[in-house]
Design a protein around this ligand. Sequence first.
Ligand code: SF4
Ligand code: SF4
Length: 307
Amino acid sequence: MALAPLTGERVPAATVQGMSAITVVSAHDRLPLTCSRSGTCCHGKMVWLNPWELACLAQAKGLSAREFRDRFCEFGGIRLRFDGPPGWKGLSACSQFIPGQGCSVHPGRPLACRLYPLGRKLLGKDVEYIHDGETFPCLAGCAEVVDLPHMTVAEYLAGQAIDPGQTAQDAYLDLMQQLADGAFVLLLESGLAASGDKQTLRGWRDLGRAHPKERATRIPAAWMDRLTLPDLAHLRDDPAAFAKAHHDHLQAAAQSEFARRDSKDGLRQASCLMMALALHLARGLGSDVEHLADRWISTAKKHGARE
Ligand code: SF4
Ligand code: SF4
């Protein structure tokens, strides 16, 4: 199953997904990419997180991942809170922004913050770098950047140390797909779909349409902890190994919890939980979750499931 295009972009809080224009940039484009460090773009945005990014933020803050999540994140750990004092245009600051100083977690900042004002979009295996809107985003709040040194997109990206973040993003896309595959197996290979069950796909569709806050309430606390707090700090310097070990932990937990389920209700609940985990992780990766759920439902129907 192919993955939906995803972005690692720090987006304005008011952006309605899929509604804003984007501009594709090339590695050779020379742009006013020197930051004036006003902190403008640390206000009024949405910064989504994957579990490796959460671990990096916690380390930079000197907290455990659990403490960081519970104090500074929303929806079980997939988005940074923006509940700091109002700043630019009266918009709330990121919870990690200190007025007059800047980002308090700079060494552990997420990929979206490293890339800004650019974003990253996957088209199959190809990556495009983009920015939001038709006008260079920094000009809205930091017009002074036109007088600072311009640089190519390639030079900018090289200076932001984005490789670990990109590796983590791609590894977690794989994990998202593996969680969804688990939901498929529980529906299609357990006899549940063959029994004529229609409620499982309805459950998947509800999960795709649910607000992240609502979807988070449908994931039991122990599973949310498994999803966002994998306790793998010793692998933080190797994001691919971190995501792989995280996959193994989730797989072992699913095996131990679901292996003996054979009632229709038990299988349906297990399939919907795996789908909820896949979609919640997908939301943290910047995906259009409703679109993703629709595509997975359509695939399941092609394999005999009903809604
Ligand atoms: S809007 Fe651009 S120039 Fe201004 S603080 Fe953000 S990255 Fe720097
Ligand atoms: S994590 Fe740091 S760079 Fe990113 S929005 Fe928050 S304060 Fe700004």
